[in-house]
Design a protein. Structure first.
Length: 280
């Protein structure tokens, strides 16, 4: 592996690099088993309006590894992206979400939406649109209840292709949310060129709100809110932990929130219990 071009450029394969490669390999194998062993589960976090109404939930994956314990998606999703395993995992997530929507159909929760995170590689799978269409049909999902969360990086890959795919999926009744908006590299003008139904304000901005004071870069939040309103997109602020953060967002014109202030992401029975209690 060493490169010997001019002597200064030698790259040694350090023992800790080897350990890292071995660890990755082991983790990749574990990921493959995880689906079969049913080690994944979805947890649900509500999106709540200023008036206190719960509009829907975001589904977030959890991996309960028998030895490692709970593994964060922030760690294994990027790995699954690289290895290609995200295609099978992502399909499982969508299938679970659709099944949940179907279960809620006959209940008080019939109008709740479920938002699912979609990663780049998954979105550009050749059969992605067909796969989603199949699930919608199989679980008889009413239009508008399934939402896909995409990030800026996904859109940057190929703007025209992204728009074309989004249009095909919108024709099936899906809705789209731009996730983590405002901290990436894309320009605000992308929002006007892409058929998003909703924009999620990145947690970064919300986290920086302390003691009722807005951070310097709040001007970006105001701009996002202005653009969303101009293009008729809904807004959700992520990572709202304190009432003072909700108040600042509200003052700027954002009326829907997701965060620990309302509820942590929780397994479906806990979420249902939480919502029942609220509605009493
Ligand atoms: P995300 O889509 O931006 O999800 C929001 C993250 O913020 C979640 O982390 C959630 O638990 C966390 N969060 C929610 N409210 C608060 C709060 O008030 N304070 C703080 N500090 N955090 C809050 P989580 O569940 O660890 O997921 C991390 C990321 O992993 C997600 O970010 C998403 O990009 C990815 N991810 C999760 N599930 C899936 C999945 O099923 N498929 C794909 N492709 N990606 C997923
Ligand atoms: Mg998300
Ligand atoms: Mg997010
Ligand atoms: Mg995020």
């Amino acid at each position: 592996y060493a490169k010997q071009a001019d002597g200064n450029d030698v790259c040694f394969f350090e023992p800790d690099m080897l350990a890292e490669v071995e660890q990755r390999f082991a983790l990749e194998q574990a990921l493959t088993q995880a689906l079969q062993q049913q080690e994944f589960l979805l947890v649900y976090q509500p999106q709540v309006t200023e008036a206190g109404k719960v509009l829907g939930v975001e589904a977030l994956i959890r991996w309960q590894h028998p030895e490692r314990g709970l593994v964060s998606p922030a760690y294994f999703i990027p790995l699954a992206e690289e290895s290609g395993q995200i295609e099978a995992i992502g399909r499982w997530v969508l299938q679970q979400a659709c099944q949940q929507l179907q279960r809620w159909q006959q209940t008080l929760f019939a109008d709740l939406t479920i938002a699912v995170n979609i990663s780049v590689r998954q979105f550009y799978q050749p059969d992605f649109v067909d796969m989603v269409a199949g699930l919608l049909q199989h679980y008889r999902i009413a239009p508008g209840l399934l939402k896909l969360e995409l990030t800026e990086s996904l859109v940057l890959t190929d703007l025209d292709d992204a728009v074309a795919r989004m249009q095909q999926l919108k024709a099936l009744g899906l809705r789209f949310a731009m996730d983590d908006f405002g901290t990436g590299y894309s320009s605000l003008s992308y929002l006007s060129r892409l058929p998003f139904d909703e924009v999620k304000i990145d947690q970064h901005f919300v986290r920086e709100c302390r003691d009722g004071h807005k951070p310097k870069d709040w001007v970006i939040v105001d701009a996002i809110i202005g653009i969303a309103n101009t293009f008729g997109m809904e807004l959700v602020a992520e990572g709202v932990e304190y009432k003072s953060q909700q108040q600042l967002l509200h003052a700027s014109g954002c009326y829907c929130y997701q965060g620990y202030l309302f509820a942590r992401p929780q397994p479906v029975t806990d979420f249902e219990h939480w919502l029942h209690q609220r509605q009493l």
